[in-house]
Design a protein around this ligand. Structure first.
Ligand code: GLN
Length: 493
């Protein structure tokens, strides 16, 4: 196996023993990116100079055994939604195409503090609105398993880069499924923590009551390790929680005997791809074989989740995106027609079609006369969805579901019909509305060889249980060891 394909925790052991240096490792990842990314297109920006400098610093730190963490010297990459000091941060949008932040997001600061090496910034749907990465203002990213298919979204670059071993770990964000759905479609692990566990400071806002950052990696342990290092109260984000941060990795023992796993019938619906259905049901049998106790649970308000989400998320987006006006930062198009004309031209040319659609929807549902009927109503149903989970967790410890109703779809297939695209997130959205944690990990392949994802949902702040369940399943199966045929993306093939 190529060094770039190893799990981050394995690389960390080699770094610690001095078997490899962070510089060699970073060079290996940069070579991989050079070789395949002109076709795969997971990266918007690659930062070789900064990365090599950070690698040399990490090597010093390792040599002196000074504050070494499990991420010291490990090459990671970030969704282009995280502000990075001195490095272009586009959020997948023309309106921020040339924006260079003067500060680091808290997540970036913590990764750097842990000694991680930042390889670059990954492609995404514009302002994280989408499920395929086709809404990127720059280019779509391809699925490493099949170049004719999407990697999912909106953290499609983050999922594809991990899957194709263009970084050891990536960081994504999840407002309605954007970590878990692309993780499922690319065959990697993706964790959305409890709302407020990871600071949102410096993470470009989409829907502030739903947005949450989290790790994406090739195994559960790497996600656990990363979470321990990026989680925690941050005075710069007033919604960040005063919650105890665990050493999540220490809970991964592979033992789920007696764990109560809830199965919600609302997630096994018509329209579920037969191969996904089959893989998930087989996965549930594996869990049972490991000694878990299966219980039927009901989440009766699931059918409203997509509608509620598209009212809450668009309302918050319309408010958050008001700041892009050509005055403060980012694009400005001024053709001499006065201030209003400058606003209009900047927003018209700076935003893509999906972002405009959401701003209009959100502005409408917040406007006088409609607020009560749409936004207020949606917020009330959101509470019911949250209560569904509270009730279900009275009789189970975690809930298991498919992550996405279908495997990776073809490029262009859902672009003409926004509703079909919105339904890609039918199984991931409720978790954000309730604020609870969720994880997706590989649980099989379709007949066409496309990865299928299994999702665990947990109680508020109970990351430990979903990580334990996911780890036990992973250790009992081989799915996470499969790597995509990246040779297909090499230049000249
Ligand atoms: N696909 C969903 C949307 O388009 C979720 C996006 C996300 O989680 N950022 O809004």
């Amino acid at each position: 196996m190529d060094i770039v394909e190893l799990n981050a925790w394995e690389l960390a052991e080699k770094l610690k023993k001095g078997e490899i240096s962070s510089r060699t490792l970073t060079e290996a990842y940069l070579e991989r990116i050079e070789k395949i990314d002109s076709r795969l297109r997971a990266y918007i920006t690659v930062c070789p100079e900064e990365a090599l400098k950070q690698a040399d610093e990490a090597d010093e730190r390792l040599k002196e055994d000074r504050g070494v963490t499990p991420l010291t010297g490990i090459p990671v990459a970030l969704k282009d939604i995280f502000s990075t000091k001195g490095i272009k941060t586009t959020c997948g949008s023309k309106i921020l195409e040339n924006y260079i932040p003067p500060f680091d997001a808290t997540v970036v600061e913590r990764l750097k503090g842990a000694g991680a090496v930042i390889l670059g910034k990954l492609n995404m749907d514009e302002f994280a609105m989408g499920s395929s990465t086709e809404n990127s203002a720059f280019f779509p990213t391809l699925n490493p398993w099949d170049p004719e298919r999407v990697p999912g979204g909106s953290s499609g670059g983050s999922a594809a880069a991990v899957s194709a071993s263009e970084c050891a770990i990536s960081i994504g964000t999840d407002t309605g499924g954007s970590i878990r759905q692309p993780a499922a479609l690319c065959g990697v692990v993706g964790l959305k923590p409890t709302y407020g566990l990871v600071s949102r400071y410096g993470m470009i806002a989409f829907a502030s009551s739903l947005d949450q950052a989290g790790p994406m990696a090739r195994c559960v342990k790497d996600c656990a390790i990363t979470l321990s290092l990026i989680a925690g109260r941050d005075a710069k984000d007033s919604t960040s929680l005063h919650a105890p941060i665990h050493d999540y990795q220490s809970y991964l023992d592979g033992n789920i005997k007696g764990m109560k796993i809830g199965i919600p019938e609302e997630y096994f619906i018509e329209g579920l791809h037969p191969d996904v259905d089959k893989a998930v049901k087989e996965a549930i049998k594996v869990l049972e074989g490991l000694g878990a106790e299966l219980v039927d649970v009901r989440l009766p308000h699931t059918e409203y989740a997509v509608s509620v989400y598209y009212l809450v998320a668009t309302s918050e987006a319309s408010s958050n995106l008001a700041r892009y006006d050509g005055v403060k930062y980012g694009l400005r198009i001024d053709e001499g027609g006065g201030l209003l004309d400058m606003y209009r031209l900047t927003r018209d040319r700076g935003f893509g079609a999906e972002v405009k659609r959401r701003i209009m929807l959100g502005t409408y549902s917040l406007s006088a006369g409609y607020y009560e009927a749409y936004y207020r109503k949606a917020s009330q149903v959101r509470t019911l969805i949250k209560q569904d989970f509270e009730n279900a967790f009275k009789v189970c410890d975690v809930i298991v579901t498919p992550t996405s109703p279908t495997p990776a779809f073809r490029l262009g297939e859902r672009l003409a019909d926004p509703l079909t695209m919105y339904l890609s997130d039918i199984f991931t959205i409720s978790c954000n509305l309730a604020g609870i944690p969720g994880i997706s990990l590989p649980c099989g392949f379709t007949e066409e060889g496309l990865p299928v994802g299994l999702q665990f949902l947990g109680r508020f702040l109970d990351e430990t249980s979903i990580l334990r369940a996911a780890y036990a399943f992973e250790q009992a199966t081989e799915w996470h060891k499969k790597r995509p045929p990246v040779e297909k993306f090499s230049e000249g093939d």
